[in-house]
Design a protein around this ligand. Structure first.
Ligand code: FPP
Ligand code: MG
Length: 334
């Protein structure tokens, strides 16, 4: 399964450094999840297939490499970077397993979701098992500040999901609240990946803060693209259940922008379609108008701002790759 960066297409030795490091991260993750119970191991093997884009571990490693400066080889990274990369991936896997229960999703990364295959009880418990293992692994670093900051981030993720649930079916959801949900449920973890990668490379406060802002801006753009793909994407390419947001009363940026530009009659019509659960009709309206393009343009603006933050970091191959990664977040089709 390809990651978000097509490493084979990057003609730089840093690509092979990253690929080797990601292999080591995968070993750490698998070792942590291995138990003496084959029934549990089988469930873990299943959700390990969700590790598609590897965005979060890549960001820990690349932020570390960028902040640390040349020569951008494996000597610029420590075991701590790799363990943190495994921890954030495990946290992310836990959130996906729980999110699929909430969304009643059937497909994730091209395979059947655990809730679909084994039911909600097993999926909820496996999500708990993953989050518990993530913090057990994190504790092995003996660095309470990392446990504490990641604990704060998992609190924030849950707050984002709870705020989103609070606004289910709320066609009056404003942009400010939408961005608050996105900041909490998605951008917070992505920002923390960049912050921790930088801290572990001793880059100092200016680099750390720039990396954190880069990650938060990128994470917000990532979620907007996710919301756009839910409306426009092809399930076979994206590899997960789509068209869920409108179906489940989740109001996202394209719909907010559409409503803001609509006249009174059109707003009434949208409310009628929404209340009647006519999601497909609504979806076609969003695609035909400029709402989806508007949301894409917003994501592009955020990516441009994120890339501007990189100017505070040492120039070179690792920083260039972060910039390529930022573009990939919104050009992706999966
Ligand atoms: C994806 O949203 C969901 C998230 C980014 C966060 C999910 C977080 C939780 C369910 C809280 C659980 C927290 C812990 C600590 C286990 P989406 O539904 O828009 O994306 P999708 O299209 O990938 O499903
Ligand atoms: Mg979901």
């Amino acid at each position: 399964m390809p990651g978000i960066l097509n490493l084979a297409s990057i003609d730089l030795s840093i690509a092979s450094v990253l690929e080797d490091q990601l292999d080591e991260v995968a070993v750490i993750l698998e070792r942590q999840l291995a138990t003496d119970l084959s029934a549990v191991n089988a469930l873990c093997r299943h959700v390990e297939q969700y590790r598609g884009k590897r965005l979060r571990p890549i960001l820990v490693l690349l932020s570390g490499l960028t902040t640390g400066g040349p020569p951008w080889d494996a000597t610029g990274l420590t075991e701590k970077h790799r363990v943190v990369a495994a921890v954030v991936e495990m946290i992310h896997m836990a959130t996906l397993v729980h999110d699929d229960v909430l969304d009643e999703a059937q497909i994730r990364r091209g395979v059947a979701t655990l809730n679909y295959l084994r039911g909600n009880e097993t999926a909820v418990m496996l999500g708990d098992y993953l989050i518990s293992n993530a913090f057990a692994l994190c504790s092995s670093l003996g660095d309470p500040a990392i446990n504490s900051s990641l604990g704060a981030v998992t609190n924030t993720l849950c707050e984002g999901e709870l705020l989103q649930l609070h606004h289910r079916d709320d066609l009056d959801l404003d942009e400010e609240t939408y961005f608050e949900i996105v900041r909490r449920k998605t951008a917070s973890l992505i920002g923390e990946c960049c912050r921790l990668g930088s801290i572990l490379s001793d880059g100092g406060p200016a680099a750390r803060d720039a990396m954190c802002r880069f990650g938060n801006l990128l994470g917000t753009a990532f979620q907007i693209q996710d919301d756009v793909l839910d409306i426009t994407g092809d399930e076979a390419i994206v590899g997960k259940s789509l068209r869920r947001d409108l179906d489940s009363g989740k109001v996202t940026l394209p719909l907010i922008r559409y409503l803001a530009a609509a006249d009174r009659a059109e707003r009434t019509e949208v409310r009628r379609l929404f209340a009647q659960g006519r999601a497909e009709k609504l979806r076609l309206r969003l695609i035909e108008g400029s709402a989806v393009q508007d949301a894409r343009a917003e994501a592009q603006r955020l990516v441009d701002q994120a890339k501007a933050e990189l100017s505070a970091l040492p120039t070179g191959a690792a920083r260039d790759l972060l910039s390529t990664l930022a573009d990939a977040v919104i050009s992706r089709r999966f």
